[in-house]
Design a protein around this ligand. Structure first.
Ligand SMILES: *Cc1c(COP(=O)(O)O)cnc(C)c1O
Length: 437
């Protein structure tokens, strides 16, 4: 009997089936089993969280390379460590590809994630206590746009704009009035629950009028922009902040892009202002993802993401669902479940049991509390990456509808039936990067 705490022997695998993660399985079977279970879950379920995706096998491999072993504080050609012959070239590739894909003069690929990237923008262009203008979190904005519980709302004076009650669209009269009255150092546009096109030109005009730095946070829509399925913030924004792991379909990471005139301020803020050594394995995977994003097939993917979201929205409307702003222009649909008498959290948990992964979300002017809001947020990047097309969206809407109805009635059996149907369909659409059965 092995003592408790000592590793259990690994179950021998039949030779015809290679162990997916042989070293990990041998060294840490417990952890390997969890990775295997997650692979199964990502394979069997319909993943509708709009900020998630499936990266390619190439991106996945890049994140698991020995580049992870290197310390590289500084930037290519000006490092504080020796041995950067290859790392400098990796980072330069990522930077040059980012500049080409997004048509920008400067790119910094070192931010660890979207939130630190935004914090670097504050460090570059504002002082603690300065006023910043961003979209309110419950209206679709991000925590880091000056919301109270975030460091950005504690260390800076966050002023927030919202959407119009009648249209759920950004109220540019409100944005302009607030900007004129509050004179923010930075204006953030973009968000996490915005189903409509961001009017970067309108924000740019307001920012110039009040002499504010406009940061376009394209975390959610970067892939759509790269693929030509959403207008670009260039040349309206001074700085563009993005994650690399959402619609852009790269590793978990972020980038800050800007005009050449802001390059120094941006770079200084990321390092040494905020971070130490860059995550070189992530940088490599960003470079791979950007190479993929430059290929013609990525344009097809980006347009398919939007076409799927529009088709899904239509099918939900046909089933009597209320959608915030009445539909979508991008990858995201925000469903207001008030008329269905099912709270967002109850619906989200029921959908999860049915093998459909979403998140509960506030809707603008939500009468319910943020941890128990009225809506669910769904999106089409992941299912598009698996190859589902618009012809499948009526079925997806049907599953959502049946799950919500089952949630209302407490019908667990119906959820189990849907889970089987979902797994059956998903088996026909193998996910990128996952081992096939
Ligand atoms: C996801 C997101 C972020 C934060 O990204 P993390 O990588 O989760 O820190 C910032 N801004 C917007 C608009 C986002 O959607």
């Amino acid at each position: 009997m092995p003592q408790s705490g000592t590793p259990q022997p690994v179950t021998p695998q039949p030779l015809s089936q290679p162990v997916p993660h042989p070293a990990l399985s041998a060294a840490d079977p417990e952890l390997a089993a969890l990775v295997g279970a997650e692979e199964q879950l990502q394979s069997d379920t319909l993943r509708l969280i709009p900020s998630e995706n499936y990266v390619s096998a190439a991106v996945l491999e890049a994140t698991g390379t020995v580049l992870q072993n290197k310390y590289s504080e500084g930037y290519a050609g000006r490092r504080y460590y020796e041995g950067q012959q290859n790392i400098d070239r990796v980072e330069t590739l990522a930077v040059e590809r980012a500049k080409a894909v997004f048509g920008v003069e400067h790119a910094n690929v070192q931010p660890y994630s979207g939130s630190p990237a935004n914090l670097a923008a504050y460090l570059a262009f504002a002082e603690p206590g300065d006023t910043v203008l961003g979209m309110a979190l419950p209206m679709g904005g991000h925590l880091t746009h000056g919301w109270g519980v975030s460091a950005t709302g504690k260390w800076f004076r966050g002023v927030q704009y919202g959407v119009r009650p009648d249209t759920a669209l950004i109220d540019f009269d409100e944005v302009r009035d607030l900007a004129r009255k509050e004179r923010p150092k930075i204006i953030f546009c973009g968000g996490t629950a915005v189903p409509r096109t961001i009017d970067f030109a309108a924000f740019g005009e307001i920012a110039r009028e009040v002499d504010a730095v406009l940061v376009a946070d394209i975390a959610h829509i970067a892939g759509l922009i790269a693929g030509g399925a959403h207008p670009s913030p260039v040349p309206h924004a001074d700085v563009i902040s993005t994650t690399t792991h959402k619609t852009l379909r790269g590793p978990r990471g972020a980038m800050l892009m800007s005009r050449a005139s802001h390059a120094k301020a941006v770079d200084k803020a990321v390092f040494p202002g905020l971070q130490g050594g860059p995550h070189n394995h992530t940088t490599a995977a960003i470079a791979v993802a950007l190479r993929e994003a430059a290929a013609p097939s990525f344009r097809d993917y980006a347009h398919a993401v939007v076409a799927n979201a529009k088709a899904l929205a239509e099918a939900l409307l046909a089933r009597g669902y209320d959608l915030v702003s009445g539909g979508t222009d991008n990858h995201l649909v925000l469903i207001d479940l008030t008329s269905k008498d099912v709270p967002g959290k109850v619906a989200a948990k029921a959908l999860d049991r049915a093998g459909i992964v979403v998140n509960y979300n506030t809707v603008p002017f939500d009468p319910r509390k943020p941890f128990d809001p009225s809506g669910i947020r769904i999106g089409t990047p992941s299912l598009t990456s698996r190859g589902l097309g618009t012809d499948r969206m009526p079925l997806v809407a049907e599953w959502i509808d049946r799950s919500v109805q089952a949630a209302a009635k407490g019908d667990e059996e119906a959820l189990t039936v849907i889970r089987t149907e979902v797994a059956e369909l998903m088996a026909a659409y193998p996910a990128p990067g996952l081992p096939t059965a």
